[in-house]
Design a protein around this ligand. Structure first.
Ligand code: DLL
Length: 438
């Protein structure tokens, strides 16, 4: 339960302020229990452990032995689809979720009662850390269903004593009406959908700045500081970043504190974070950018060791102004497999976003179209002007110049009619890959 005087930011759980030594002792104990569970109840995982000579949790003498353990990734989940990685009988699951599955089948994850309880607890912690307090009204515009965003925030919000409106995605005009009529203090959605809701409030003839919104809990997709500034320009709230993935639990793996908003605090007593070099899987130190990998420390249904997320970021263990001691994710850049290689130059969609949103006349809606007309990949950046008064030719020339200066590449820019780029309801599709078609 939360502690702290009224003037201090609340801290939900003592686990958030453990010393590094206390935390690591707890992590080692939980890691051993996780390995024991895999050895006895998850045949595919046990086989993998046997292949690196681990037959007992006692072989893990300290946390550095983590490096002896094998990695896992989405391919393992796909290979065992849907239930092959369960460490409990299917009948002991009380819930299923699945990740978005942009390529073929989704990855299915299961939860025991205890898994749901831990997830609810980490969500209550993260939402408290983000500034949500009992009695606040939460408009939850994350999708309810197999996506973890809806139910994750729902149960966390209820657990901490807030009032949750399970609005889900879609019917954008209705979203606007409900924000105006119910008067929530908290908006939960993907960052891209928050902008769509703000547009809908304007279309309803109302001023979003006159709503009582104070906090926006956004995640589920990469977003930049430019996007944060844009959301805070159109809505009267502080935008807070939430990170997570279904394979760990969903949202609740890490979140920003409202106090500092300087990196996302990892819930390290449940998820052990590593940063690895994607090319050779070497472990990288604090502050060095690489691929994030997580080990579940308390999951019963589907424990995973060193799960490679494909997400690029860095970790810092520097103390935070909020008083929490947990490591923080910084510079979440996007997915490794969404990085484009245009004429030999690596380009993250988030770098384009940051650049575009730095131009006042550009609306925060964009798409990157990748084609391969000849041997090399070509990129077109589609964007919209903020209004019809803007001269599209001049805007195009300005963005092309900026992209050339920042990337060294000649990238074609198409300035489209306002409102013509498809608006997302959940995770925005930023990259359209037409390489197979050209
Ligand atoms: O997106 C869980 C979630 C929902 C997190 C709502 C936060 C808020 P999945 O559908 O399994 O789960 O997708 C997980 O989304 O590996 C990242 O690539 C991406 N992602 C999620 N949050 C962020 C974020 C949910 N804040 C995948 N920044 C992850 C960057 C994010 N990427």
């Amino acid at each position: 339960m939360p502690t702290g005087a009224a003037s201090e930011p609340l801290i939900w759980d003592r686990a958030e302020t453990l010393s590094r030594d206390e935390l690591q002792a707890l992590q080692l104990q939980r890691l051993r229990a996780t390995v024991a569970r895999i050895l006895t109840a998850q045949p595919a995982g046990a086989e993998r452990l046997a292949s690196v000579g681990i037959g007992s949790p006692d072989e893990l003498g300290s946390l550095t032995d983590l490096e002896r353990l094998p990695f896992s990734d989405k391919e393992d989940l796909r290979g065992q689809y849907p239930f092959g990685l369960l460490a409990v009988p299917r009948e002991q699951l009380v819930r299923l979720h699945a990740s978005s599955g942009t390529h073929g089948k989704p990855t299915v994850v299961g939860y025991t009662r205890a898994d749901l309880d831990s997830w609810t607890e980490v969500m209550a912690r993260c939402m408290t850390m983000a500034g949500v307090s009992p009695g606040m009204l939460i408009h939850n515009a994350n999708g309810y269903g197999l996506f973890t965003g809806g139910l994750g925030f729902h149960h966390g919000g209820e657990r901490l004593g807030a009032t949750v409106a399970p609005v889900s995605v879609g019917s954008t005009a209705r979203q606007a009406m409900l924000v105006l009529d119910l008067g929530p203090q908290v908006l939960v959605s993907t960052p891209s959908y928050a902008l769509v809701i703000a547009e809908a409030i304007l279309e309803a003839g109302a001023d979003p700045h006159r709503t009582p919104l104070e906090l926006g809990l956004f995640g589920g997709e990469p977003w930049t500081e430019g996007m944060r500034a844009e959301i805070e320009r159109v809505l009267p709230l502080k935008a807070i970043n939430f990170y997570g993935l279904s394979e760990m639990c969903g949202p609740g793996v890490a979140a920003e504190c409202v106090t500092a908003r300087a990196g996302l605090h990892v819930q390290e007593d449940h998820f052990l974070v590593e940063v690895i070099d994607p090319s050779d899987s070497r472990r990288l130190g604090p502050g060095v950018e690489g691929e994030l990998a997580f080990t579940t420390l308390t999951k019963e249904a589907m424990p995973l060791l060193r799960y490679r997320t494909g997400d690029i970021g860095t970790v810092t263990e520097q103390p935070c102004a909020c008083g929490r001691t947990t490591a923080r994710l910084t510079g979440l850049r996007g997915r490794r497999d969404e990085m484009l290689i245009i004429r030999g130059v690596n380009l993250h969609p988030s770098s384009v976003e940051q650049l575009l949103l730095g131009v006042d006349a550009v609306a925060p809606h964009y798409r990157l179209i990748v084609e391969r007309p000849r041997a090399l990949d070509e990129l077109t950046v589609e964007c919209e002007p903020v209004d019809r008064e803007t001269d599209p030719q001049r805007l195009r020339a300005e963005i092309e110049r900026l992209l050339r200066e920042h990337t060294g590449l000649r990238i074609v820019v198409a300035v489209l009619e306002p409102g013509s780029i498809p608006r997302s309801e959940g995770k925005a599709v930023r990259v359209i890959d037409r390489r197979g078609q050209s």
